[in-house]
Design a protein around this ligand. Sequence first.
Ligand code: SF4
Ligand code: SF4
Ligand code: SF4
Length: 338
Amino acid sequence: MTIDRRNFLKLAGRTAGVAAVATTAGVAEARPNKKMPEEAVGLLYDGTLCIGCRACIPACKEANNMPPELTPLKVNGEQVEALWDAPLDISGKTLNIIKAYRDGTGEHKDQAKDGFAYTKQSCFHCVDPSCVSCCPVSAMTKDPINGIVSYSEDACIGCRYCVAACPFGVPRFTYDTPKPKISKCQLCKHRLADGKYSACAEVCPTGATVFGKVKDLKAEIERRKSLAPGTTTTFPRGRIGGGDTYTGQVGKYVERVYGEHEIGGTQVLHLSGVPFELLDKPELPDIAPASTSETIQHGIYYGLLAPATFLGILVAAARRNMRPEDEKPKAPPEGGTP
Ligand code: SF4
Ligand code: SF4
Ligand code: SF4
């Protein structure tokens, strides 16, 4: 068999078949989603408590040394130079943003029709993160104790796989800097050592964003959902167990807690008074993409079965293509060595 394009494609097809058989025959069993670390920390964002003050945005910038984002403005139809930090989305300069939903007259808070609502966008600190799974150099890592998903600028090679893999569209690449890097919320982990916590939660006046252990955040969610909408109660403000509170009314929540099950669960959980699809939160399966992609990869490379098969076929084909005289030892040139 000669190795022309047609035969090469045939060989590649057979090898892919071997890989597929290896995978589907269960050579590598589909692994389950990873488990939440016992001491995992995160955030609870309750959109019904959020007043849209956006204090959490500059607080996040200050705590993380991020530059302002001077979004260009139009005044009387004319483009003018922006004078203040006015980010419209998360970016290389903004790790946290509060966005608004509005419908019709926009009169009623947390109402889908003729209402408005707020939502927060920042890293969800997934329990089984795609960004960690796809990173070829372990620049993205998940802490085994507190579950925080971190980024190492020194290890990063700039491939941007994490940008493509994150189902929430969180990691951003700083194209406009001399030394580009990935930008994403790291849950203010640098503040934890000093006994501090997430700046966005610390500054939030109503406890709409609150920091804590995920198990405590979940218990607080249960408590809020067990109370009748409109009940006056005290909400933890800043961090759960920190002693600071805010008194307000319990919202009329939609059933779903966003982040509870999505792609195997996340450490940042959201409550809302309007359906999450109105807030641009993606509809995601319970199974973590990382578990599926790693199963396929491990299936293909299980025992190096597919690569070894491919190499074997190539070697066999190469041997067949050798002319008989190529295999005979050559006679040394006269008066010299072979
Ligand atoms: S600081 Fe709190 S209330 Fe203000 S926008 Fe942020 S989450 Fe909402
Ligand atoms: S939200 Fe995206 S960037 Fe954050 S941990 Fe999950 S996959 Fe990674
Ligand atoms: S935890 Fe820290 S880095 Fe993350 S959004 Fe809040 S303030 Fe920003």
